[in-house]
Design a protein around this ligand. Structure first.
Ligand code: GP9
Ligand code: MN
Length: 655
């Protein structure tokens, strides 16, 4: 019997075969997202994006099959299989690592497969056949119903490509609406997958890696000589009064989220101090408090601050160095101290992939990373990006006490994060009344953080760690952006925020508590880049052989200025804002602007030099005296459950 005309047309047309392939693959991917990955979907827009995000890449890749006139079906099945394999590889990898596969992971496949080890088999289930079911259906259809289907022209490819691009732009537009600067800042692989999809993420990752590799390929070992000379010329020798005064002591860093220096000693209209505990530290006899200390972060925010503090190098002018330069060689403080017999660990109540920390911390040489998987992340305990500060410190203490001493640790707080909202049950502190909800909330969340810090210090005193630990507290970056200047003028009681006041607002507090050393308020100018030499000198480690850009804040030769990542500058006399020079004291525009060009040259030279080191990965050509290059592959952060699987972490011994 003759078949109906329509059915016949369908059977003969490759485009129907193509459409079935796209729909099946789309559904499969969406099911996998929901079953296999914890992507943290917060709202309806994100739900919608998760649903549509496989479309653009599926159309794009499957569309390639339409270029082959003769073998459309065959090529389509091969592409389907390759993408299914990629999806499945991600699924298996995620079951173990809670993370997605990246290009560096593939390139180091040997060692990564080693880490998966025997457990790879136990991570694959018979039911996983589902992830290849569409491939099988396509094969059957190609051999039966669509046996005669053929491609007729290339036009269909162009149409599909147009659809793919439109779908991608639509997807990206909505994603950027929910999370501005998603591509330029990247944030977290989970976010990229959630917003743009697993396949688009892989494309993005390829582009990023090609860019990084090509910048790196341009470098040669001679490039480092320039940097070495610059470094030698700018080295500030340690102050003998402080050098080695904290030798062998533990170190605790605390990153104070979004905390700006204007909050110190700030009082609410009713006279209540916002941060009574931090205020008390400014008078503590064993604590240095720096009141002209500036953040130097760029788009990588918290992670940029971490990078500055531990490497004494500047972050990137765009994007986060933690993400874009995570394969570089570094000689970071944790690695240096690990080689002096220290245990090194980070505590943070957010998931390990945020800011790519789980990759970057290996390059920095951290032994352990206590991320969200170690904490009770139940609903009452979390807000914004993760753990509230009070339960965070409370749960951290036993883990800290369990570390072999001396330790070098870092605690990253979160509660004082934009938009600074608090759960009512967590605070009775008043909100501000400055006509701007963001600014108003800031006081409440800062007060809460201050309270958490007090409890943390009390616990350290109670268990005896306080007296053998250097504690460094620093504001990571500004919390209130220039968009809130009108309210900030009210907060500060000034008619408007002038350029120099704006520069002042980039001040973040720095406290360094050193047992048995007399501290006090310090007025010298400096930035986050300066902290590493300051700390290492206190610990009795001279930094002269290290390639770094900071200068010891306690050195008699300290340079007494700081630069901003955008190229601006601040010193006791001159402040540069957007390329214009002002009198730091009076805020007046200086009359002879060209006279200050040398400052500009100095700042540009330093940033360029640091950028060379970071973009060209120059530290791979240079090993400081007494430092053993680290092998990042020896570190693994598998969470509390993965502990038994954890390979032996390298301890390079003491010097
Ligand atoms: C997230 C935390 C906050 O883990 O570090 O990041 P931020 O947005 O401040 O960079
Ligand atoms: Mn931050």
């Amino acid at each position: 019997m003759e078949k109906g005309g329509l059915i016949k047309r369908i059977e003969k047309s490759h485009i129907y075969f193509f459409a079935i392939a796209v729909v099946l693959f789309w559904i499969k991917t969406y099911v996998a997202y929901n079953i296999e990955f914890k992507l943290g979907i917060d709202n309806n827009l994100q739900k919608f994006l998760l649903f549509i995000n496989p479309v653009s890449s599926t159309l794009f890749f499957f569309g390639l099959a339409l270029l082959s006139k003769k073998h459309t079906k065959k090529v389509l099945i091969i592409i389907n299989f390759v993408l299914s394999f990629l999806l499945y590889a991600n699924i298996v990898y995620y079951r173990f690592f809670n993370d997605f596969i990246t290009i560096p992971v593939i390139l180091q496949a040997k060692s990564n497969a080693g880490q998966l080890g025997d457990s790879a088999n136990s991570l694959m289930y018979v039911s996983d056949i589902f992830y290849f079911i569409d491939t099988m259906i396509l094969i059957i259809l190609a051999l039966t119903v669509f046996k005669e289907a053929v491609s007729k022209s290339r036009k269909s490819y162009q149409i599909v490509l147009l659809f793919a691009v439109t779908a991608f732009l639509f997807n990206l537009g909505l994603a950027e609406k929910d999370r501005p600067q998603l591509l330029s800042r990247s944030f977290d692989r989970n976010y990229l997958v959630k917003y743009l999809g697993a396949y688009n993420f892989t494309i993005f990752d390829c582009i990023q890696n090609i860019e990084a590799t090509s910048q790196r390929a341009l470098a040669s070992s001679s490039d480092v000589t320039n940097v070495e000379n610059y470094r030698k010329a700018n080295y500030a020798a340690p102050n003998p009064a402080y050098f080695g005064k904290a030798k062998g002591m533990n170190v605790i860093y605390v990153s104070l989220e979004s905390f700006q220096n204007f909050m110190i000693d700030y009082k609410m209209p009713n006279g209540q101090e916002v941060t009574p505990f931090l205020n008390s530290l400014t008078h503590d006899e064993n604590t240095f408090y720096f009141d002209h200390f500036y953040h130097q972060t760029g788009q990588g925010k918290t992670s940029d601050a971490e990078f500055l503090m531990e490497n004494s190098l500047y972050p990137l002018s765009s994007g986060a160095v933690f993400i874009n330069k995570d394969q570089n060689t570094y000689q970071a403080a944790p690695a240096i101290l690990d080689q002096k017999g220290y245990t090194t660990a980070v505590f943070h109540g957010n998931y390990k992939t945020f800011w790519n920390r789980n990759v970057m911390y290996k390059q920095l040489g951290y032994d352990q990373f206590f991320d969200a998987s170690y904490y009770d992340m139940s609903k009452d305990n979390i807000k914004n990006y993760g753990m509230k500060d009070i339960p965070f410190f409370k749960e951290s203490i036993p883990m800290l006490e369990g570390l072999k001493q001396p330790f070098y640790t870092k605690f990253i707080t979160l509660s004082n994060h934009f938009p600074f909202e608090m759960d009512p049950e967590d605070t009775s502190f008043p909100v501000g009344d400055f006509g701007d909800p963001i600014v108003n909330n800031y006081f409440q969340s800062a007060h809460y953080m201050d309270d958490a810090l007090k409890q943390f210090f009390d616990a350290l005193k109670a268990d005896g760690l306080y007296d053998k630990t250097v504690i460094i507290l620093y504001g990571d970056h500004y919390g209130i952006s220039e968009n809130h200047n009108a309210a900030m003028a009210k907060v500060l009681g000034v008619p408007k925020i002038t350029p120099t006041i704006n520069a002042d607002l980039q001040e973040v507090p720095l406290f360094i508590h050193v047992p048995n050393v007399k501290g006090g308020v310090q007025h010298q100018y400096g930035g986050e880049v300066d902290v590493r030499p300051t700390l290492l000198h206190l610990l009795g480690i001279d930094t002269k052989d290290y390639i770094e850009f900071g200068s010891d804040l306690l050195s008699k030769d300290h340079r007494n200025w700081a630069l901003f990542r955008n190229g601006d500058y601040v010193s006791p006399q001159v402040t540069e804002v957007n390329g214009k020079f002002y009198n730091t004291d009076t805020g007046e525009l200086l009359s002879n602007q060209s006279a200050y060009k040398t400052i500009n040259d100095k700042v540009t030279a330093e940033l360029q030099m640091s950028d060379e080191v970071v973009t060209k990965d120059l530290l791979r050509f240079y090993t400081p005296n007494g430092f053993t290059p680290i092998n990042p592959n020896q570190y693994q952060y598998l969470g509390p459950k993965g502990k038994s699987k954890q390979p032996k972490v390298q301890t390079s011994g003491t010097e």
